[in-house]
Each structure stands twice: as C-alpha cells, then as structure tokens.
Ligand binder design. Sequence first.
Ligand code: SAM
Length: 396
Amino acid sequence: MPHIKVAPFALQVLDRLVREDSAVVFRAEAVTKSAYPNREELLGMHFEGERFALELHRREEAWLIKPEKTTRPLDANRIKRSLAYLAEKGKLDVLYDNIAVSPGRPPLAEKYARRIVDFETLDSRGRPLAIEVGFGSGRHLLYQARKHPEILHIGIEIHLPSVQQVLKQIELQGLTNIWVVNYDARLLLEMLPSNVATAVYVHFPVPWDKKPHRRVISDAFVSQALRILSPGGVLELRTDSERYYRYALEVFSRPETSRFDVTKNHEAAIRSKYEDRWQRQQKNIYTLRLHAEEKSPEPVREVDFRFSRPLKSLDALLMLPENTILRTDHFVHFERRYRMVTEEGVLVKCSFGSFDRPEHKLLLVRSGTAEYYPQPPVRSLTNARAHHTIGEFVHV
Ligand SMILES: C[S@@+](CC[C@H](N)C(=O)[O-])C[C@H]1O[C@@H](n2cnc3c(N)ncnc32)[C@H](O)[C@@H]1O
C-alpha cells in the first residue's frame, strides 16, 4: 500500500490547503471515547477527478499518511501522486516513502476500468456482452476478447492485483472491447438489464467448502444469470472440485426455463494457470453449461439512496449505536466516527447490506444534508433495505 511517513507538523498546514487548494477538500478528526487524545485524521481529496480519503496517523516519531481503504482509488499510481502532491503542497518533511512511480511499466488502461456503480447506466453501444467472473490471470478473458471483437467483455474480479495486471495486458495487447471491474461478482449481475449477454463464464471458482454461503454459484446468481442472458446464451461453469460440481448440478437443475449439459475433461481452447495445474495433477475437470431459452422481463428497480428527511444533530450522529444492527436479510454497523475540523460536519464509517457482500462507505453529513462518500452504494435491493435502516437512525 503506498504511504509516506513525515515528521510531525502543525495540522493548520492541512487546513490552509483545504482553504486554498482544490485537491484537498476537508479534514476530519477521529472521535475517541477514551481519555487518550485523538491521533487519527481523515483528509478528503478530490484529485485527478476522483474523490477519496487519506488517513493520517499521528505516531510518536513519524506521522503516517496512507489511503483510506473503503474509498481507495483503483490506480495505485494515482494514490502515489496524491501523496506526493500533499507532501509538496504542505511542504512536509518526508522521512520515508514508497511512492516512486515505476518508470517503464505500462500504464493502467484506466479507460477500461469500471466501477460497479457505472453499471447503473450501462452503455455498451449496442454491443452484446460476455461476462467473466473471477478471471484471475485473465488468460481466458483476453483470449475471448481477441476472438470476438464484436462483443464487449466484462471481467469482474475481487482481487485487485489481478485487475491491475489485466488492465496492463489490455493496454499492451491494444484491446478495446474489455471492461474490468474490481468488485464482488455476486452483485454485478443484479445491476445489468435483461437479455444483454451471450455468455457468463465462471471458471474454477473458489469452492468454499467450509463457507458455502460465499460461493459465487447460488440460486440467486443462476436466476440473475438467466435473466441477463439472451435466449441461446450460456452460463458456463468449470470446476475441478467434485463437491462444487455436485452442488452446481443441484442448483442448475432447479430453474424450469433452461436446460444444461455436462462434459468431463473437455479440452478447452485456452487453459488457465489453474487448469494447467489440475491437469498435471490428473484431476477431473467438469464443465456445466446452462442454456437460457426464454426472454426475460426487465427488473423493476426503484432504489433511492438519498436522505430526504431532517437529520439528527451532529452530536447525536456521533453517538449512533456501536453494536451491529441485525435485520432478517441485512445488517448495519456504524464504525469509526470523525468530526470535521474545516467545516461543521461529521463522517461515520459504516458497513451494511447483505451478510456475504457488505458495502463499506463513509456517511458524510454537512450543511444539513447526508450523502454516501465517495459515491452511493450499489443499487441492490438489499442495500436499499439497509439504507432504509440507516435512515431510521440518522433522521429525527
Ligand atoms: C481459483 S481462481 C480461478 C481464476 C481463473 N478463473 C482461472 O480459471 O484461472 C478464482 C478467482 O475468483 C476470484 N473470486 C472469488 N470470489 C469472487 C467474487 N465473489 N467475485 C469476483 N471474483 C471472485 C478470486 O479472486 C480468484 O481470482
């Protein structure tokens, strides 16, 4: 994680930047319940067109400045540049840093990176879609994109370094028909319109034998996949796990509007690193292909993440409950709280939503309005219910 360590300095330096420099937009300090003085600050940044926060930890000898995890930009070089910018503008005495931007490395093909919220207004310019879930090294995703230039390939992967690696490959290979998203795939399908995809690939998903609720394949995932596939489209699962295979057989058997077929040790056109390894170990590899046969109606989605009623006082918002609020299908947890120093306001770190794919956001309250920072949550129904619960606590 890029960071800098600087010699202690007067915090007013940061407040001056907030007043004078459009890249630094607020400073907030953590509210602690104990008698110990606060030692953590949050700095709001609006840098190179992106909103995010930096954390400042005031330790004895050196102060640490690093990106705040839930708002961290995808491009590590942007974080590095923002830290260098802050150090320069604040004339900070840098004692240590790891923010050198490596020369010679291909830049991230940022224009092909998408945020999950971008899918609320998907514009594929009429191109059909193919979705790959958990693309890992990206061999199959890149291969498909080369082979089918007329299709827009959307790869979704939870592991950030894999996303960065594939973005570099997109640049190196000059591809223009891939979008890459760093997020939990189980949410993506919910965001897409119906009948838009020719294929959904799930190759060698993590079997999660001990935590089956974390599996990508589930009844909900399969029904969303069938909804977004156009008739004739295919959900393709490949796995080396006997247990996952048997589980998927059951899940794939349930929908009535589709049929599926199974092949064993089918030779794929392109093999991933995982597949190479399983083949060396002479494991069986199962391919299940579920075929969509019917057109699906568009989903009804009315989700509004605004806070439109009067809010509690700032002091009351700092006292939101600490315990997790549990509801039947979602939860809300108010975590660390910050009081803004450079204007009247508070920030509350919170996690909420479904138990297996929670959202992490900052709730930013100032000038009598509240918003999710840096952008609203994913428009899923579970998040909408969690937003309603948050409203119960923050409205008067
Ligand atoms: C065993 S690897 C397989 C990678 C690749 N498909 C292949 O065949 O080589 C599983 C991949 O799925 C990703 N993954 C696991 N759960 C995910 C989720 N919920 N959403 C997106 N990606 C996920 C992991 O980060 C990992 O890269």
